[in-house]
Design a binder for this molecule. Structure first.
Ligand code: FES
Length: 103
C-alpha cells in the first residue's frame, strides 16, 4: 500500500504533453493535462508502440501506430483498434518531486 516511487522532478514534467520514463524498471508514460499529472504503462496494449511517441489531446492519448486511443486518467480504451486497458498508476506531487505508486 505504500509503494510510492520517486519518479522525477516536478520541474521536468512536460506541459500538456506526454513523456516516456523508466520508473522502477517499467516503461511508463507520464502525462500532464493542465495541473494534473497521470501515469500509465507506455507500451500500447495493441502492439509494440510507445505511447510517448503518440499525440495527447485533452485526456486522450493517441497511439502512433494504429491511432487507437486511451483515456490517460484511467487507461481505458476510447477508440479502436485498442480494446484492452492500459495499466494506470496513482500519481502524487509532493514538494518538488513526482511519485508513482507501483504495487
Ligand atoms: Fe497501438 Fe496498434 S499498437 S493501436
Amino acid at each position: 500500500q505504500d509503494n510510492w516511487v520517486d519518479a522525477l522532478a516536478a520541474e521536468d514534467l512536460p506541459s500538456d504533453d506526454v513523456m516516456g520514463l523508466v520508473v522502477a524498471g517499467r516503461d511508463i508514460a507520464i502525462y500532464t493535462v493542465g495541473a494534473a499529472v497521470y501515469a500509465t504503462d507506455n507500451i500500447c496494449t495493441h502492439g509494440q508502440a510507445r505511447l510517448c511517441d503518440g499525440f495527447l489531446e485533452g485526456h486522450e492519448i493517441e497511439c502512433p501506430l494504429h491511432q487507437g486511443k486511451f483515456d490517460v486518467r484511467s487507461g481505458q480504451p476510447t477508440c479502436e483498434p485498442v480494446s484492452e486497458a492500459l495499466r494506470s498508476y496513482p500519481v502524487k506531487v509532493e514538494g518538488r518531486r513526482v511519485y508513482l505508486r507501483i504495487d
